[in-house]
Design a protein around this ligand. Structure first.
Ligand SMILES: [Zn+2]
Length: 414
């Protein structure tokens, strides 16, 4: 058991008891023998972030292919470089991504990438939660389709040794995946009772191409293919028309809002408030560092808030409470993880922030300070599943993780 003493929570100072992986008691004073007592004077506790769309191992592509639109960026800059990736690089790349996520207060991420065994190992070792898919991307080649299906089944059949990791499936998009691949992955997610993740309606070009090829829009097509539902996540979903918004609502599909990536790649602005008003399940993702260029959910919240106000031309949208909730609680909830709020019975995923940090004073509104003023320097401790993954700003093996990453980057650049 871990006892947090004198911690600031929702405008009061209290004690919080962590038993195994859960928050079991929150009270003004807890008099109980704990294995470890942490004095949290001048610290506040907040839920950690859930980053619902990223490609963790793309860390080596930070700063590559700047100032290009998505289609050119992908085909000219990303795919050729990614072709040089080898499975043995992925552990070092993923560890480095996780290092950045921990420092910026994220304890759960939804990944979408290749050669996942290195990522799985990194997540296991570093103590985070993750939703890790087998990623299908067949480029409409029958041989690739069969290969992807076979590997997806293999991946789901292998028992997961870790309760913090959810094995899911991903189809990259409707412009890189065949109908057969998507339909089969839909069947497999049902059979194995797991989740499906796709990039959907990221750009107007994707929508126009879909209308030309299939006579309907991307979300309408995926609805016809049975690919929408409470266990489906659409990344980006920038360009949904009113009918598609209704389909998302009706099926309980989750959306990952990636405001930085959308703006940076010229994909457009998702109408956040329109989706919230329609009752859609919104979450926040950073996308990869190749299009962000960081994995900081703190920075992502600020842009989500500001771009919503700009997009709707109204200060009444992108409210502090809404933005904080979609970056925390909604993300965990979408994957059936009981976290994202500091309350008894929830999993002990949380961050401690230094209330003497220059960005958090004066403490008139902590969530507002986190969204509009703070950066990761205010985070002192990060706990995931009841265990510290960063204590007093120290993450185990940090120097080694960095030197390993630099070695792999040099290999890939050669
Ligand atoms: Zn993406």
């Amino acid at each position: 058991m871990i006892l947090l003493q004198n911690v600031f929570l929702n405008n009061r100072v209290c004690d919080i008891l962590i038993d195994k992986n859960k928050i079991t008691k929150i009270s003004d004073k807890i008099n109980m023998q704990a294995d470890e007592v942490i004095d949290c004077r001048d610290k506040a506790i907040l839920p950690s972030f859930c980053n619902t769309h990223t490609h963790a191992s793309m860390m080596f592509l930070r700063g590559i292919g700047e100032d290009k639109i998505l289609f050119d960026w992908l085909h000219q800059e990303m795919f050729p470089r990614e072709a040089k990736l080898k499975p043995e690089y992925m552990y070092a790349l993923s560890r480095y991504a996780i290092l950045e996520m921990i420092k910026t207060g994220t304890t759960c991420f939804v990944d979408m990438y290749f050669h996942v065994s290195g990522t799985l190992k990194a997540v296991q070792e570093m103590g985070l939660r993750a939703v890790i898919p087998y990623l299908g991307m067949d480029f409409f080649d029958d041989k690739n389709t069969e290969n992807d299906i076979q590997r997806a089944v293999q991946y789901l059949e292998e028992p997961s040794e870790n309760s913090r990791i959810k094995k899911v499936l991903s189809c990259h998009s409707i412009y890189t995946c065949s109908q057969k691949l998507i339909l089969t992955f839909v069947e497999l997610t049902k059979k194995y009772n797991t989740y499906l993740q796709l990039h959907v309606s990221e750009t107007q070009k994707e929508v126009d191409d879909c209308v030309q090829k299939f006579g309907c829009r991307p979300a309408e097509l995926l609805y016809q293919w049975g690919a929408m539902g409470p266990k489906t996540l659409f990344a980006h979903a920038v360009h949904l028309n009113d009918n598609e918004i209704q389909l998302v609502k009706k099926t309980g599909t989750t959306l990952a809002h990636c405001p930085t990536s959308n703006l940076k790649l010229g994909s457009g602005q998702m109408p956040l408030q329109k989706y919230l008003d329609a009752g859609l399940k919104l979450t926040v993702g950073t996308d990869s560092v190749a299009s962000n260029n960081s994995l900081s959910m703190i920075a992502e919240m600020k842009l989500a808030a500001l771009s919503a106000k700009n997009q709707a031309d109204s200060v009444l949208v992108g409210k502090v409470g809404d933005i904080f909730q979609i970056a925390t609680k909604n993300g965990f909830e979408a994957f059936g993880i009981k976290a994202g709020e500091i309350k008894e019975g929830n999993l002990a995923d949380f961050i401690l922030v230094d209330m003497n940090n220059q960005f958090l004073l004066p403490n008139n509104n902590l969530k507002s300070n986190m969204i509009y003023a703070a950066d990761s320097s205010c985070i002192t401790d990060v706990f995931c599943d009841g265990k510290p993954v960063m204590r007093n700003k120290v993450i185990p093996h940090e120097a080694e993780i960095i030197s390993d990453f630099k070695r792999v980057c040099a290999d890939l650049a050669a």
